[in-house]
Design a binder for this molecule. Sequence first.
Ligand SMILES: C[S@@+](CC[C@H](N)C(=O)[O-])C[C@H]1O[C@@H](n2cnc3c(N)ncnc32)[C@H](O)[C@@H]1O
Length: 215
Amino acid sequence: MRLRNVKNKEEILKGSKLLIINYQDYLGRWKDLFGNDNPLYIEIGMGKGEFILENALKYPNINFVGIEKFDSILARAIQKIEGKEELPNNLKLIRMDAKDIDLAFRKEVDRIYLNFSDPWPKKRHSERRLTSKTFLTRYDKIFKNDCEVVMKTDNVSLFEYSLESLSSYGYSFHKVSLDLHNSDVEDNIMTEYEEKFTKKGIKINYLLAKKDVNK
Ligand SMILES: C[S@@+](CC[C@H](N)C(=O)[O-])C[C@H]1O[C@@H](n2cnc3c(N)ncnc32)[C@H](O)[C@@H]1O
């Protein structure tokens, strides 16, 4: 996602009610922050946050944390979300590179959303893909019971890679579609990138994969 530098981004981040700057303080105890025992769903690479906001509004009994690594993108997300009339109390945001994900969560996440993740097409960068073995190993540390990954992408190569990587790591597929919008997947919430690609007639790949956390 390309975005011009947001000049007052530091102030926007500092003044945000949603952004958790000292996320390490909540390691293993996000339920204390949310004040309940509800399931915890996270989105890695949330971009401008439309998807996670809509989820939080639609599912008030699930806690959501959106993760984004770039200040400017996060600042735009915060402006958009905090500009709304009502802030959902089941939504928080973190600025973080997902390679540090296990510094933020420990055995407490129920689902990870990976929406239109960067494909890192060069082979020498394959470990940076969010479905590489390196990341799947990190995810094992943050999931509570079953590991559950939901992925959407326009990128066929990344999708094929992810199917192989998840399968070799012990995940099984509960749903796979090469054309999400013409599938029986219900209650799909579109992301910003999904809308963009769909308008261009590009098909969206979708998977829901699960694994026992101890396997
Ligand atoms: C192509 S955009 C997709 C945005 C949004 N999920 C959507 O579908 O509209 C990918 C986003 O992931 C973020 N991102 C990429 N790698 C990341 C990482 N390792 N940790 C956190 N965010 C990351 C990028 O900064 C960017 O905002």
